[in-house]
Design a protein around this ligand. Sequence first.
Ligand SMILES: Nc1ncnc2c1ncn2[C@@H]1O[C@H](COP(=O)(O)OP(=O)(O)OP(=O)(O)O)[C@@H](O)[C@H]1O
Length: 620
Amino acid sequence: MTFKESKDNPLHRDFGLWSNTRFVLNRMRKYCPIVFLLAFTDLFCASVQSYLGGFLSKFIMDTITIDLPLAEKQHRLIIIIIIGALVALAFSFARIIAGSMVWPRYIYIRTGVIHERVAKAMRMNYALLEKPEALDLHQRAQNSTDGNNNGFEGMMHLMQDLGKNLFTTIVTFTAVLVLDFRLILALTVMGVLSFLYYRVILKKDKKEVWDRLAPVWRKSSYMARVTQQPEYAKDIRLFSMVPFLLKKQRAVFETREERIDYHQDLWNRNMLFGQAMNVICRFLTYAVLYFAVIREINPMSIGSFTLYLALANAFSGALIYLLQRFGDFNRASMEVDDLRSFLEMNSESTEDLLPLPETDSLELQFHDVSYRYPEAEKDALSHLNLTLHPGEKLAVVGLNGAGKTTMIKLLLRLYDPTEGLITLNGTDIRKYPREDYYRLFSPVFQNVELFALPLAENVSMLPMQETDREKAATCLREAGLADKLDELPKGLDTELLKIASEEGVDLSGGEKQKLALARALYKGAPVVVLDEPTAALDALAEKQLYERFDRMIGKKSAVYISHRLASTRFCDRIAMFMDGRLEEYGTHDELMAKGGEYAHLFDVQAQYYREHPEGEEDAE
Ligand SMILES: Nc1ncnc2c1ncn2[C@@H]1O[C@H](COP(=O)(O)OP(=O)(O)OP(=O)(O)O)[C@@H](O)[C@H]1O
């Protein structure tokens, strides 16, 4: 399949109408195949209904004008009306049943696609989360799956609508053709003109309104988060940020309003054009019928006149509607392009990937690795050569912004190097499936996020049925949360946060970090990565934790980032980073003997702790 790149977002791809139609049909078959039968029933009944009235009027008119005794006429009329009413009722009934069943099923199908989108969002390459184009694409994909009448679900409704109108158009076309082919030609030209204008408006609307609104939606959902989430609430109050944030929000809304006004303006123009075309079509129809009857070119009964009038109107209406719905279908397809671009964004090939080595003896090596953040002017990490030997404890130290976290993210494969490569037992880590590679690590990050789930699930990160409760409790105790666990009445079943449950419990900063350590212990992966796991712990808790953790991880490899150099002394090797470069590397004693930056930093901190024996702050 070939893809054209859209000019405004390099990650956007055009898949084309036919490919998107197949995509939607495929999902319909996958998630709810019965929908085809229901949609066809609805389509067939609706289309028959649309010209049933015309035939009924013809029979009634013919009966009224026919030369028959009054009683016979009345008798015939009653029969026609009863049969007509019964047929209309039967079709309406079938349509209501099928229609009411088809709607919710379209929503179920869309829900299936939303699951796909959410799964993609959670699996997408981490580095993309920092790219505005990727976030915009995600927003557009979200828009494409969030409404009943647009994007993915819109295409399903429109397929049904198109089928219905195609049927009506063909039937009425044949009938009007018998009357006068020039009328068909004129009505078709009018219909096509309306459609072409409609298409121009649709394209403008998509590009200049909805695509431009994607970043605005993103900003407004960010503003909603900032103004509603408790973690921002303290700063907002204590820094008196309300007027400032309201102003920001106003600015976001203003852009939205301005685009919505433009959208309205476009559709007003289209409506005017459509109305003008409609008037012309009606005029032409009456003119043709008038000449046919008056000039006796095509002598006909009043009944046939009524029928032709109804059919000609039904034809021009159905044709214009058909073409416009086709335009809508095109537009919905463009929105499905957004969805599919997101679903297929940066999909990694799973071909030629290798299974992970079946050993716990893992050697990870950086070979001349550099990393530069997108749009940054210099490397955050530059030409790094470093080895983490099996079972080794490596401390990574350095001042703020030295590149420590960047190095960890590269090691964890959250980012891929801009230059150089990282190997696992000699093989490029990109040769392993990403999700398998992630299983090698038990990470603890600086910022710990709690999930609105029971405590046990917050430790195992698995559903309760798959959680080893005893192991979860042991890990919590080992991580220093024994007292907390004992004081919670529901113990491991305690819901965290107040989002899912009113009884939900929040944890202090230090407790969160301990919980993160419990998670790492539970996962028990062969490499432990601690990115400043103790920043929120008091000095005593930190000392105990390191001792315990060191004992518990046993022969596993570990990388510790810490600003408190005393706590990294127990590591086998220390890597000191400065300004994105590995400046010093060796054991604690070697680096102290060298008398370089590390020794200097260590002395400064040691002096601080001597002067502030109770101190719990870093010397930096
Ligand atoms: N997502 C990002 N986008 C752009 N630049 C970034 C990003 N994250 C970090 N940087 C920059 O990269 C450099 C290294 O940052 P990094 O977070 O690796 O430092 P660090 O040593 O872990 O710092 P700290 O001790 O403060 O946590 C810094 O100059 C930082 O500003």
